[in-house]
Design a protein around this ligand. Structure first.
Ligand code: FES
Ligand code: FE2
Length: 453
């Protein structure tokens, strides 16, 4: 009870004041694993990573290893990677294909559906063992959404689509084909994985729409390494969105995005210079999407975070990012490069090269971000610095209602999305019921406006 009260105190989302303790504390982290990561829907991987029966991909949920695999009947499973005998990992590889998961310790073996299929010397050494009771532990719920696999340990959690609510429309911008066909994106190549000395919430909030941090990327933006950037121009430039209204949108449950809305004309703006094949591909995709989606094609992707630790970079580079918690001050980052299943090879190569220049441990833009998150974590654990909370008051009370876009919308740069993320975090940490977690939080500015009348 005492800890519940302290979490409610640490996060004053309405006034934009947040205690540094939530980024460094050991007890906070232990409670997060129990109250956030053992309850929320988490991204596990993509079905394109396990196309055939027997394919597996080792993933994580919170601090724990799980196996994403496809059984002989093509069903997908998410299994806890821990032997029921003495806990050894039954799968030691990142990915592969197998008939069975045989534990390296005493060789109990499990089928692709997690069933215990083999116990060495069972008849001689065990009087009675009910194998059905000793399967690998399977998640409580698993959902395949447009190829992305999500799971939760909580049988009471609402279905994934209910959990996502209206943020789904923005996530779709990353998961649908660029030409407006539903779904159809795949993970191309391996997953970039690396560990940073940062709390997992720093990157999660950054991807929820921290546009204010653009000065961090000034030097790399001036180099002009991206297709949309202009050499020597300070600040970020994106031809595609030169006539668009940027939108920062937050949702119940702690999800938040930065998207943009093109004007009704929704014209294509060339962005790829001399790369004619790439330009043609994007122009063609744009026109087809417009024809398929009509007015809905005006919505354009930027970034977003699905609470708690999955983010996307929706357009260029296009990827899914996961912030796996290792400890309060250590995070393992995973990045999945997403592309349409039928992207022409030369275009895909161009996009992949841009992705590698931009993202990942060696990506020029991502390095700027990591430096911020790492030093912010380190500088928040000091005896003195811990006494001083963070300021999240940017554009406080500036929420606007945009009837075309569900959610709390801001048309100016804001920390509204971070406040919504931490409001969601506080709900989980104080043990709120699912109904309260997924309920629309009233916007302070709309409340104030109502009071003025
Ligand atoms: S720990 Fe797996 S068989 Fe003993
Ligand atoms: Fe950044």
């Amino acid at each position: 009870m005492e800890r519940v009260e302290s979490y409610a105190r640490m996060v004053d989302a309405d006034n934009g004041i947040i205690d540094r303790e939530i980024f460094t504390g050991e007890q906070v982290f232990a409670d997060e694993l129990e109250r956030v990561f053992a309850r929320a829907w988490l991204f596990i991987g993509h079905e394109s990573q396990i196309p055939n029966p027997g394919d597996f991909f080792s993933s994580r949920m919170g601090q724990e290893s799980v196996i994403l695999c496809r059984d002989r009947a093509h069903r997908i499973h998410v299994l806890l990677n821990s032997c029921r005998h003495r806990g050894m990992k039954v799968c030691l590889y990142d990915e592969g294909n197998t008939n069975t998961f045989t534990c390296p310790y005493h060789a109990w073996s499990y089928g692709l559906d997690g069933a215990l299929t083999g116990v060495p010397m069972q008849k001689a050494l065990y009087e009675d063992i009910d194998r059905a009771k000793w399967s690998l532990v399977e998640v409580a719920q698993m959902t395949n959404y447009k190829g992305t696999i999500w799971a939760t340990w909580d049988p009471e959690a609402p279905p994934l689509l209910e959990y996502l609510g209206d943020v789904k429309e923005h996530l779709d911008l990353a998961l649908d084909c660029r030409d407006g066909r539903e779904g159809g994106s795949v993970v191309f190549g391996g997953v970039q994985k690396w560990i940073v000395p940062s709390n997992w919430k720093f990157p999660a909030e950054n991807f929820a729409g921290d546009t204010y941090h653009n000065p961090s990327h000034r030097s790399v933006d001036m180099v002009g390494m991206g297709p949309n950037s202009q050499k020597g121009v300070q600040g970020r430039h994106d031809n595609r969105l030169s006539d668009a209204q940027h939108l920062w949108v937050s949702f119940p449950g702690g999800h938040a995005v930065h998207s943009a809305l093109k004007p009704e004309s929704n014209e294509y703006h060339p962005s790829f210079g001399d790369h004619t094949a790439v330009e043609d591909y994007f122009r063609d995709s744009h026109e087809k999407r417009k024809a398929r989606r009509g007015d809905k094609a005006r919505l354009q992707a930027f970034v977003g975070t699905i609470f708690p630790n999955t983010s996307y970079h929706g357009y260029l580079p296009r990827s899914i990012c996961v912030w796996h918690p290792h400890g309060p001050q250590t995070t393992e980052i995973w990045r999945f490069f997403l592309t349409d299943h039928d992207t022409p090879k030369d275009v895909n190569t161009y996009l992949r090269h841009h992705y590698m220049r931009y993202s990942g441990p060696a990506g020029m833009t991502e390095q700027d971000d990591m430096e911020n998150w790492n030093y912010a974590t380190a500088a928040s654990r000091g005896t003195i610095s811990k006494r001083y909370p963070f300021n999240y008051q940017q554009s406080l009370n500036k929420t606007q209602k945009n009837s075309a876009i569900p959610g709390c919308v801001s048309e100016q740069v804001t920390e509204q999305n971070a406040r919504a993320f931490y409001r969601g975090w506080r709900n989980y940490m104080t043990g709120a019921a699912w109904g309260d977690i997924c309920a629309e939080a009233p916007s302070p500015s709309l409340q104030a406006a109502a009071g003025d009348d």
